[in-house]
Design a protein around this ligand. Structure first.
Ligand SMILES: Cc1cc2nc3c(=O)[nH]c(=O)nc-3n(C[C@H](O)[C@H](O)[C@H](O)COP(=O)(O)O)c2cc1C
Length: 216
C-alpha cells in the first residue's frame, strides 16, 4: 500500500511530466498541432529508450523534405546505447552548458553536404534545405511526444576529428532526443526556462506586404 506522501509524489511527478510536454503555445486557432506544440525542453528521461520504430519515423519525416533539384543534402549521424563508446565520444563534444543533454538516449548530429553531389559546385542552399529536413523531424518528434532539442553548443571541430567527417559536410547541430523527464533533475536556471513564456517577434516585424521592406 502507498503512503499518502508517496501518492502525492507520484501525482506531482505526473503533473510535471504533463507540464513538460504541454507548454504555452500560439493562441491562433487552426495552427497544425505539432507546430503549436513543439518546444525545446531540457528535461529528458534518461531511463526511457527510443525504439527503432520511433527513431525510424523521425528519419523518414526528414527524408521527405523538399530541396532544390531534389538534392537532399541532409545527413544524420545517430548515436545511442547500441554503441556506447561512440555515444560517449559524441556526448563529450557537448559544451558544459548543454550537460542536460547527457540524459538523452539519442544524440543526432546534423550534417549538410555543402557541394552538389557529382559536381564541384557549392550548394548555396544546403543549409536552408537541411534546416527544412530537421524541422520535419522535429515536428514528427513532437507528434510522437518526444523531446527534440537542437544544439549549437558542441565542439564541431572535435566531432569532425573524432569521427573523421569529410570537409564536404558542414556539421550544423547536435540534437538531443528522448522522452520527457523530470524537470526537478535539471539545474535551477534551466528548470525555470522550462516554464518561461515562449515569445516570438510579432508578425508585423516579419511579414511585409505590397512593396514594404524591413528596415531591421
Ligand atoms: C540551431 C539551433 C541551435 C540551438 N542551440 C542550443 C544549445 O546549444 N543549447 C540549448 O539549450 N538550446 C539550443 N537551442 C534551442 C533554442 O534556444 C530554442 O529553439 C529557442 O529558444 C526557441 O525555443 P523553442 O524551441 O522552445 O521554441 C538551439 C536551437 C536551434 C534551432
Amino acid at each position: 500500500m502507498y503512503l499518502p506522501f508517496q501518492a502525492i509524489g507520484i501525482i506531482l511527478w505526473m503533473v510535471s511530466k504533463l507540464s513538460s510536454v504541454m507548454r504555452p503555445e500560439t493562441e491562433v486557432e487552426g495552427i497544425v498541432d505539432a507546430i503549436g506544440g513543439r518546444w525545446s525542453s531540457r528535461a529528458i528521461d534518461a531511463s526511457a529508450p527510443i525504439t527503432s520504430g520511433v527513431l525510424g519515423r523521425l528519419f523518414e519525416a526528414a527524408r521527405w523534405a523538399p530541396s532544390s533539384f531534389n538534392n537532399q543534402p541532409w545527413r544524420f549521424l545517430a548515436f545511442g546505447q547500441e554503441n556506447a563508446d561512440a555515444l560517449e565520444m559524441a556526448r563529450k563534444t557537448l559544451v558544459p552548458r548543454n550537460a542536460w543533454a547527457l540524459a538523452a538516449p539519442r544524440l543526432i548530429f546534423v550534417l549538410s553536404r555543402i557541394d552538389i553531389s557529382g559536381t564541384k559546385r557549392a550548394n548555396a542552399l544546403a543549409m536552408y534545405e537541411t534546416g527544412m529536413a530537421v524541422i520535419q523531424m522535429a515536428l514528427q518528434a513532437t507528434q510522437e511526444g518526444l523531446v527534440f532539442h537542437q544544439m549549437i553548443g558542441f565542439d564541431s571541430k572535435q566531432f569532425r576529428e573524432n569521427f573523421g567527417v569529410s570537409e564536404n559536410f558542414a556539421i550544423l547541430t547536435a540534437v538531443a532526443v528522448g522522452w520527457p523527464g523530470n524537470p526537478e533533475l535539471i539545474p535551477e536556471d534551466l528548470r525555470l526556462m522550462e516554464t518561461k513564456t515562449r515569445t516570438r517577434k510579432a508578425i508585423a516585424e516579419l511579414v511585409f506586404f505590397d512593396g514594404a521592406v524591413p528596415s531591421k
